[in-house]
Design a protein around this ligand. Structure first.
Ligand code: BES
Ligand code: MN
Ligand code: MN
Length: 457
């Protein structure tokens, strides 16, 4: 039998070609126009699981986009790893900022450019290729269950129901996810936490119709101006969030924990240069790594109203809207924060306008232990293939289902991500380094091996 390394070397080009094919399917979960593409992508993932050597793999229909489930059980007495990932992607717009088509992947300078290259098709597919490697070389160290969903980018509501209804089938010892990032290939790291999310939409209504801004302007409150003032008031001069009660349940970290977070390699100058900003911004008293890792935030994701077409139109808009999200940390409840936001936003609305606040999807924050056998197996796998001990970090993004793995299935998660912060996920020109793709495929089987070994003697 071939070794894992030999097998991967011999099949390396095919591994890449297959990923490129998957990236050609525009599986945009948020856009109903792509419903059939999403389904086609689910079928492709199922076929790949079967070809990789799963005993079974099937499409599980939901009220929304399908979930793909497959498994390979080698010995019921051995431990089981449940792999989770998502095959859906974010919308590709603005299209004009892409250097090549978002669904026409190109490999340039060692990078794969396409929507989903990193988030999460590229990272999810590493697990299918790792599984193939273990299966085809006859060396599966443990049982593997694979669950790949099509609604992560729209909140995973149907996957939550699927967990409730499939507790027996999903029985496992750990969940393994590659949907996060590392500091760099020189500084491999493992995220030991994800933030939660509360996502709101607001509408500020003024007069009963759009008005001529000369005839009425200055005499009637402009909803766009009022909305801007209301949004501006949500942070104080220290960039603290002003919603009453917002920080009440936030756990303050000890100085030792904060020092650990700040000891990760990080260059503020490189960070600023990469983003093209001359100064960073954020909550007073916290570093950039703390602001993105352990502190809650509030951001405007979109704001619109009035005339935004070509040229000028003199108009006082009847309404203005915004989408506002809050990233949450452990112990903050997404529902409670959404309710606090709503109450506060309604309270600060001046009498000139009426506001409407609605909540979109949310999710809870998680911290994953760094002293567990599963984390240690991941760290050892990284040492094996990178030759370096990984640094634990706290990531800023959210994967809402991870909190439910614990709540519904009683399972902890290991976040073995291989992305980089500058992979442009959710942005034009999303990319994933070919090196990272292969490194992930190389590393994952070692996780299974070391995790299985942690159950022996
Ligand atoms: N993979 C990301 C989350 C992520 C990115 C975690 C980078 C850590 C580092 C995931 O696909 C995602 O985009 N999640 C959304 C939440 C979802 C409810 C739309 C997010 O974080 O905005
Ligand atoms: Mn993702
Ligand atoms: Mn995403």
């Amino acid at each position: 039998m071939q070794s894992w390394n030999e097998y991967q070397l011999a099949n390396k080009d095919r591994f890449l070609d297959e990923l490129l094919d998957l990236l050609r399917i525009p599986s945009v979960s948020a856009d109903s126009k792509h419903k059939d593409d999403v389904k086609r992508c689910a079928e492709a993932v199922r076929d790949h699981l079967l070809k990789a050597g799963c005993d079974m793999a099937e499409i599980c229909e939901t009220a929304g986009h399908p979930i793909v489930y497959g498994q390979k059980i080698v010995d019921p007495s051995k431990p089981t790893v449940l792999v989770y990932g998502h095959y859906d992607v974010q919308p590709a717009d603005p299209l004009n900022l892409w250097h090549s088509g978002p669904f026409e992947p190109v490999v340039k300078d060692g990078k794969i450019y396409a929507r989903g290259a990193c988030d999460d098709k590229g990272q999810m597919f590493m697990h299918i290729k790792a599984l193939e490697t273990m299966a085809k070389t006859g060396s599966m160290p443990c049982n593997v269950k694979v669950m790949i969903e099509g609604e992560e980018e729209v909140g995973s509501n149907n996957l939550g129901i699927f967990l409730e209804n499939n507790k027996e089938r999903l029985k496992a010892d750990i969940v393994l996810v590659s949907d996060t990032s590392m500091i760099s290939m020189e500084h491999p790291s493992i995220e030991s936490g994800l933030r939660g999310l509360a996502y709101m939409e607001v509408e500020v209504n003024g007069p009963n119709r759009d008005l001529h801004s000369g005839v009425y302007g200055g005499a009637v409150a402009n909803p766009a101006t009022i909305l801007c003032k209301m949004i501006a008031s949500l942070h104080d001069e220290n960039n603290h969030i002003t919603i009453p009660g917002f920080y009440d349940t936030v756990q303050n970290l000890t100085e030792v924990e904060r020092a650990a977070i700040n000891s990760a390699p990080f260059s503020l100058d490189e960070y600023k240069a990469d983003l093209g900003v001359s100064e960073v911004w954020g909550e007073k008293g916290y570093t950039t790594l703390e602001r993105t890792g352990i502190r809650p935030t509030l951001e405007v994701n979109g704001i619109w109203g009035g005339y935004i077409g070509e040229g000028a139109k003199t108009v006082l808009p009847a309404k203005a809207n915004a989408k506002i999200s809050m990233r949450l940390v452990p112990n903050q409840s997404s529902d409670e924060i959404a309710a606090m936001f709503q109450a506060h936003f309604e309270k600060i609305a001046p009498g000139y306008v009426k506001v409407k606040v609605t909540a979109h999807h949310g999710g809870e924050a998680v911290v994953t232990p760094t002293d567990s056998p599963a984390y240690k197996a991941a760290a050892k796998a990284i040492v094996t293939t990178f030759g370096k001990e990984p640094i634990p970090t706290r990531g800023g993004g959210s994967i809402p289902i991870v909190a439910l793995f614990e709540k519904t299935l009683g399972l902890k998660t290991v976040l073995l991500g291989f992305g980089l912060d500058n992979d442009n996920i959710h942005s034009p020109n999303e990319k994933y380094d070919v090196f990272n793709y292969y490194k992930g495929i190389e590393t994952i089987p070692y996780f299974h091996k070391y995790f299985a070994e942690s159950f022996e003697g």
